[in-house]
Design a protein around this ligand. Structure first.
Ligand code: FES
Length: 155
């Protein structure tokens, strides 16, 4: 456990009346620095928050914003929800796989990109919707893969 995590946990708990509500902000803060949440990190977070490992694991596995494996420098999520599917997200994903030479769920050999699918991102009016590093980018037409990959998003 990194020394600063204790302080981060205290800060998160102080912000929310229920300690459980502080869990996701703490997980997010740690992931921003670590890049992903390892088994050891999940255990540390459970200890810090006084909840079970299984509880932290369930939160980490439910939300696509948490990574349980190392990811690339940039993480691209392509929404595969109904509205986005109807607007061409399957073709967009296919074009990204071709362009990056990886399949969904994988990271490029140079560690530059990880490509993941996401369920409805709650931006159906801009289908097909994507996220780069959790920032909304869309609509992105299937033929506009380069536009997506060259997009500058604030960190
Ligand atoms: S289905 Fe893609 S944002 Fe809702």
């Amino acid at each position: 456990m990194k020394p600063e995590w204790q302080e981060w946990a205290s800060q998160a708990k102080a912000e929310f009346p229920q300690a459980n509500s502080a869990l996701m902000p703490l997980m997010h803060r740690i992931q921003l620095v670590e890049g992903w949440l390892s088994d050891e990190t999940i255990q540390d977070i459970a200890d810090l928050m006084g909840v079970t490992v299984q509880y932290v694991e369930s939160v980490a596995s439910f939300y696509s914003l948490f990574h349980r494996e190392p990811v690339g420098k940039r993480v691209i999520h392509v929404c595969v929800g109904l509205s986005c599917a109807l607007a061409g997200s399957d073709e967009l994903m296919h074009n990204l796989e071709k362009r990056l030479h990886i399949k969904e769920g994988q990271t490029t050999a140079d560690g530059a990109y990880t490509l993941l699918e996401a369920e409805c991102l709650a931006a159906c009016d801009k289908a097909p919707m994507t996220q780069i590093d959790l920032r909304f980018v869309g609509p992105i037409r299937p033929e506009d893969v380069d536009t997506l990959l060259n997009k500058e998003v604030p960190s």
